[in-house]
Design a binder for this molecule. Structure first.
Ligand SMILES: *[C@@H]1O[C@H](CO)[C@@H](O)[C@H](O)[C@H]1NC(C)=O
Ligand SMILES: *[C@@H]1O[C@H](CO)[C@@H](O)[C@H](O)[C@H]1NC(C)=O
Ligand SMILES: *[C@@H]1O[C@H](CO)[C@@H](O)[C@H](O)[C@H]1NC(C)=O
Ligand SMILES: *[C@@H]1O[C@H](CO)[C@@H](O)[C@H](O)[C@H]1NC(C)=O
Ligand SMILES: *[C@@H]1O[C@H](CO)[C@@H](O)[C@H](O)[C@H]1NC(C)=O
Length: 514
């Protein structure tokens, strides 16, 4: 019989606890797992010893031997989160506990993120967010995107708000038992939906982690989904922007604004300083279809994507729009994202009607319906992070300027709202780093020269463990391998990197200033 974790409390089977595990050697992984089965942490499903270089997750191998453990926590009579916990051998363990988040609609454990944590020496855990990819309820056919049962309130709130909190105490306790000492610190790292999960941890579960990294956060998820719908609607028909039009806009933007930051690197350091006039690309009236200009319908569509959705009742913003330099990957907005996210969310959650036609969406009163039925369950966008601040934990948010999913301006607005809520400086516990030329949680296709690995976890660890807030963040590993030496300096907003002379490929040639 399994302990029912959350439902029955952690003490339900403690009388059955077997003797303290004899060994913390990873080779004794199975023995460890059976010795803790039914104890406080409970619900271990299986455990296997993996020698160094024996696991290959998306091309990355484990550098250290590890104990790989699967566990399960029930959060409702017939609902559970399955999690994995990877425990590196004692000599490789850095004495820190790390949890990684999910992406998209989740349903799978992000083992590739776990592998990176493991190879940095963390005991690392990740969960499936409380619904299984294999339970996909008919979904939308998008590979890698698996719907939670959107009718099921428990599964919906587990998905973004609570699933990490369901398994984290158990995974940390198993880590403590294994090494016979508690980890020095606990960290969380996630991007996209994982970034939203990170913000949910800060807002609703403030005591679980000492440091949180929330990347490209969809933490105003309900309105993010509305922005996908808006962008697909404004580009339907004659407003459609084919790849050639998108590239045309970005190339024109870069031609005009690349040098504002003093470095000819094909990247805007701060797109807000670029005042590109898109009407300069309008086709002469004689031309109706050309790859060198935009029709008026296309121009209008691009302007609407940059403005973001508005509430027709009072013209207020529903979600921010996209920034200059991000255009080349907008095809996601035009076709895929509304199908993958907005439509299932509206059909299942907002209107309870699987035949609901999204073209009927009323950009006035229906926004209230979405706030009430969807936002109340999945958003984590309150600027009042008082409990988190008082917990003493640190929050590092990052956002890429060329992210084709999340409008880069949203995290800037949110950060400002938090600042206003706390009457000023929040930099000793919450910092936002903006990433010029970065894409959604990694490289942007148009910017292969931009370092696409951002060392946010390292920055938050230093912050937590020294108390000194990060004044800069390192970027490495551009996708263009001929530039593998290139590093970037990423700055806490509103500071940006100013070139000081020397090699423009070296982060030491820049300082973060206002
Ligand atoms: C361990 O449990 C997980 C989750 O149920 C399952 O996917 C995996 O195949 C199991 N592994 C072994 C070795 O039994
Ligand atoms: C790891 O897996 C990838 C496929 O994901 C494969 O291309 C690569 O050769 C594998 N590496 C090793 C060392 O087995
Ligand atoms: C889980 O329980 C609910 C009622 O609490 C029921 O409606 C649902 O069908 C059950 N799901 C499964 C997969 O057993
Ligand atoms: C514009 O031309 C492209 C190819 O040249 C074609 O695929 C597209 O349908 C045309 N669009 C319009 C609106 O005529
Ligand atoms: C909203 O803006 C549009 C275009 O600028 C304008 O025509 C309309 O009157 C405005 N509506 C309201 C309610 O302010």
């Amino acid at each position: 019989m399994r302990c029912c974790g959350i439902l029955l409390g952690f003490s339900c089977l403690s009388s059955a606890a077997s003797s303290y595990p004899r060994s913390s050697k990873v080779e004794s992984c199975e023995e460890f797992s059976s010795s803790v089965r039914g104890t406080a942490a409970a619900n271990t499903l299986n455990a296997t010893y993996a020698p160094a270089h024996s696991l290959n997750i998306s091309g990355i191998l484990n550098e250290f031997p590890l104990c790989r453990l699967f566990g399960e926590i029930h959060y409702h009579a017939n609902r559970s989160v399955v999690f994995e916990l990877w425990l590196p051998d004692t000599s490789s363990y850095n004495s820190r506990f790390l949890v990684v988040g999910n992406g998209g609609m989740a349903g799978t454990i992000l083992e590739s993120d776990m592998m990176q944590g493991l190879n940095d020496g963390y005991a690392v855990a990740g969960g499936d967010s409380g619904h299984r990819a294999s339970d996909n309820n008919g979904g939308n056919g998008e590979p890698g995107v698996y719907l939670p049962y959107l009718h099921d309130r428990d599964q919906v709130t587990a998905w973004i708000r609570d699933s990490i909190a369901y398994f984290t105490p158990a995974a940390r306790e198993l880590t403590t038992t294994f090494y016979r000492t508690a980890p020095r610190h606990s960290y969380y790292q996630g991007c996209s939906t994982g970034g939203a999960q990170g913000m949910a941890l800060a807002e609703f579960h403030e005591h679980l982690f000492d440091g949180i990294v929330a990347g490209c956060p969809g933490n105003w998820y309900s309105h993010l989904a509305l922005s996908f719908l808006w962008n697909s609607q404004v580009t339907k028909g004659p407003g459609f922007l084919p790849q050639s039009a998108l590239s045309l806009i970005t190339n024109a933007v870069l031609a005009e604004c690349d040098l504002i930051d003093g470095v000819a690197d094909g990247v805007l350091e701060n797109p807000l300083l670029c005042h590109f006039d898109i009407t300069s690309l309008q086709c002469p009236s004689s031309t109706s279809n050309s790859s060198t200009c935009l029709t008026s319908a296309q121009m209008e569509a691009a302007q609407k994507i940059c403005a973001g959705p508005v509430d027709t009742r009072d013209n207020t913003s529903v979600y921010p729009g996209f920034s200059f330099g991000s255009e080349t990957e907008w095809l996601y907005q035009e076709v895929a994202l509304a199908d993958a996210f907005s439509i299932p969310i509206l059909q299942n959650m907002a209107f309870d009607d699987l035949s609901y036609d999204e073209s009927d969406f009323n950009w006035g009163t229906d926004i209230d319906v979405v706030n009430d039925k969807v936002g109340s369950l999945i958003d984590a966008n309150s600027p009042n992070l008082m409990f988190f601040k008082e917990s003493g934990a640190k929050l590092l948010m990052y956002q890429s300027w060329a992210d084709p999913y999340n409008a880069a301006i949203w995290p800037i607005h949110y950060h400002k709202q938090v600042e206003e809520t706390f009457n000023g400086d929040i930099g000793d516990w919450f910092r936002l780093f903006m990433i010029p030329g970065g894409g959604h949680c990694g490289a942007a296709s148009n910017y292969p020269q931009v370092p696409a690995t951002w060392h946010a976890l390292k920055a938050v660890v230093q912050w937590v463990e020294t108390g000194v807030p990060p004044c800069e963040m390192l970027g490495t590993n551009p996708t263009d391998e001929s530039l593998s030496h290139k590093t970037s300096k990423l700055c806490p907003w509103p500071r940006t990197a100013k070139y000081q002379g020397g090699s423009s490929d070296d982060w030491n040639s820049y300082v973060c200033t206002y």
